[in-house]
Design a protein around this ligand. Sequence first.
Ligand SMILES: [Zn+2]
Ligand SMILES: [Zn+2]
Length: 153
Amino acid sequence: MTPVAQRKMERRKTLKDYISRMQLKSTKQRDVIFDEFFNNYMGKHVTVEEFYENIKKNHPKIGFATVYRTLKLFRESGIAAERDFGDGKARYEPIRSENEHHHHMICTNCGNVYEFANSQIELCLNQIAKLNQFDVKDHKLQIHGLCSSCSGS
Ligand SMILES: [Zn+2]
Ligand SMILES: [Zn+2]
């Protein structure tokens, strides 16, 4: 099995467990949205509107409210992360693996998002938290500025 297929299978299981724990019904539309999300948006940060505009081309019966609720459910079940890049729109990205963790650089001109991970940053944040006797549950780091094509450098 390819790593991508493996990941998708793991996330599907996480979602299934969550759905049965919450005693929700399985729905065909949710499966379609799951496939679309994990096939096309890995490493991307999609708004509900964008996701809906794309999926309705092939699945006109899926309504906006269903997309909205389903992406929210994905977040609650732990298979999607919700991001806020400061433009007032919630964005979703598929979680690659349970312990994967990264940060974002956002170009304020073209809107492109670049992901980065750095173990020294993590170490540094942990030390700062420790110094302040702060018990960290989560953290986010975002850098806003101009990407190389927009700054012309
Ligand atoms: Zn990301
Ligand atoms: Zn971090």
